[in-house]
Structure formats: C-alpha cells, structure tokens
Design a binder for this molecule. Sequence first.
Ligand SMILES: Nc1ncnc2c1ncn2[C@@H]1O[C@H](COP(=O)(O)OP(=O)(O)OP(=O)(O)O)[C@@H](O)[C@H]1O
Ligand SMILES: [Mg+2]
Length: 375
Amino acid sequence: MLAGRDGLIEAWDVVVGRAAAGNSFQPIVLSGLRGVGKTVLLLSFRAHAREAGWPIELFEARPGGDLRAQIAEALPPMVRTVNRRWRNDERARRIGRVAASFARAVQASLIRSGFRLEIEPEPGVADSGDLETDLTELLVALGEGARDEGVGAALLIDELHEVPPQHLSALVGAAHRVNQDRLPVVIGGAGLPPVGRVLSEARSYAERLFSIRPVGALSPVDTRQAFNGPARDLGVDFTPGALDRLVALSGGYPFFVQSYGKHVWDLADDSPIAEDDVALAAPRANRELVDSFFRPRYDRATPTERRYLHAMAALGDGDVSSADVAAALGHTQPSRVSPQRDGLLTKGLIYAPERGVLAFTVPHMAAYLRSRTDQ
Ligand SMILES: Nc1ncnc2c1ncn2[C@@H]1O[C@H](COP(=O)(O)OP(=O)(O)OP(=O)(O)O)[C@@H](O)[C@H]1O
Ligand SMILES: [Mg+2]
C-alpha cells in the first residue's frame, strides 16, 4: 500500500484495462523531484500489469546509455513470460524470433555484451539497424500477439529524461505508431520534472501521446497515513502531537517520511509514540538524510558549481532566475556562469522549469545548503 497514490495507481489500472480491451489509452509518464516515490510507483504499476497477465519489464535509463542495448536486455524475461503464458505456441515463438532479430542487430553495435537469447532470429524483421524502424516492428509484433492473446505488454523506463534525444525520438515514434494502431503496448516511465519537456522536444506530439503525471509531496492526511499505516499493522499508535511534528519535519516527502519513520520506530519503546520520541529521533534522521540524500549530491559538484548552488539557495526555496543567480555571483552577464549552470544541469542537481528559471531537483536542498556552516 502506497499512501496517497491511489489516484495514480487507478489511472494506471485504467490504462491497462483500456489497452487490453482494444480501446484508446494514454500511457503514463511520472514526473517528480528526487525521492518523491516515482520508482516505487513504477514497481507497483509493474505488479498490477503482471497480475493482469502482461509481459512487462522495467529498467532504468543510464546517463549517456544506449537505449537499444537496454531494451535488448529487457527482452529475454519478456520472451520467457510470453512463452510460459501465451496459449498459442506459434504466436509466442514468433515474439522470441523477432526479439532475437532486434537483439542481434543491437549486438552488432554493442561493445559490452552479456545478453543472451538462444533463439533463431526472424530475418528482415526488427533488424535493419535503424532504432525507430526496429523498435516499431518489435512493438507491433508484441502488440499483435498480445492483442490476440487478450492481454497487453509494456515497457517502463525509469529516469526517462536520461535517454539521449535521438533515442528518445525513436522511442516516442514507435510508441506513437502502436498507439495509432490501437495495439495494447504501453511505453511509460518516470523522470525528473524536465521529462515532459524533453519528450515534447523529441517529438512535438509527445505531449498528446503521453499523460504526464506530476508526483509530489504527500498531503498532510496522506503523510499521517504513511506513518500510521505500517505502525498500526504492528499494533502501535502515534499521539496526534507526534504525527503533527512528523508531518512538519518531513514536509510529506516520501524519502524523508521513510527516514523519520525508521528512526522514530527504532527509538520508541512503547505505544503510543509521542512527541518526545520524535524529538529524540529527529537529529538522527536529519544526519542520515544529510549523509545519504544531500551530501552525496553536493559532493558531485565542483567548487565553482558549489558557489553557484549556494547563490541559488540564498535566493530562496523556490524557482530562481538564472540572471539573479549570475548577479548574486557578481556578473551582469549570465553567460559568464553558464558553464557552472550547465554542469549542474548535466549532473541532474538542478533543472530548468522554464527558460531562464532554475530549481533544485532535490527537495529541501536550498535549506540544506543554507545550513552548511563551511561556506
Ligand atoms: N507513498 C509513499 N508512502 C510512503 N513511502 C513512500 C511512498 N512513496 C515512496 N516511498 C518511499 O520513499 C523512498 C523514495 O522512493 P523512490 O525511490 O520511489 O523515489 P524516486 O522518486 O524514484 O526517487 P529518485 O528520483 O531519487 O529515483 C523509498 O524509500 C520509498 O519506499
Ligand atoms: Mg527513482
């Protein structure tokens, strides 16, 4: 049970139901900051589709990685599911052959191998070497087979914003084609907030093709539920005051909820957990958050990039203008500090909600930066 995410999970179930019934559907792409719970939602999506009998794989796009190779790596488990579950053997075998073709064309250009599919390929299908053509042929084959079996199939890609633009363009093109043909193949995923823009830049129609769903902090009611639910299962309660403190401290951000929840749980020795337990646990949770969430990201920035981060943090908690950051660093021309800005964008520490505007990808990062005493 994921607190506060019923709406998104229901939306996914609707996609699965509509796709399998041959109706039109909009694949879901989750968009949110670090630690808001995108990946656990994708895991839940995968579990629901599996329950519906779908072959579905989830993988994480690596920065600068090769999408062809990653999709090829995801194919063997899908083929295994198809072989095990589909009623029509020849239909299932064809998916294996097309997958082998796709993988073979990829392997030709693969340095790092490690992928095995011991099936004879189907020559002339999904093996041209052009990613969009091959992916489309693969997804069409998968979609036609799934449709005839009365199910669907899906590929979920986490960190979707990391897929290189030309690969993303091919992916969106192939997803569009199967969608137009009303084939039950869902290409979805999750990424940092620029993901919606990155998809639209890859193909202008991406905005209409996908349903981009923001994932944010939990509401106070849902945050209480996130603390209460697991405890109640074990016969433990919180006092209302303790819950109020936990809601305020965590800001409803799932990663913070987990950390405060864990430490308060470790420290409290009887039910109900009260405010003094929270007071005792908070410094430990904060230390853990600094060590595991904030500092490792800060450490990835160079010294000049760090100055840029501190200038952003000094301007406030929300979106800031890049011209103001440059001015705060003593430059009238923002271009003087664009190398730092670009470095931080590439490292995924900040993003641009719109032109000339910047924000942190990590919740509460500004407060963390201001709290550092070494600056
Ligand atoms: N609704 C929720 N209720 C309680 N805990 C949650 C919820 N959603 C996520 N979590 C927990 O929050 C933490 C972060 O979740 P997750 O890794 O899915 O975030 P993410 O958005 O994928 O982060 P990142 O951008 O860093 O990959 C995990 O420990 C997860 O179990
Ligand atoms: Mg994640």
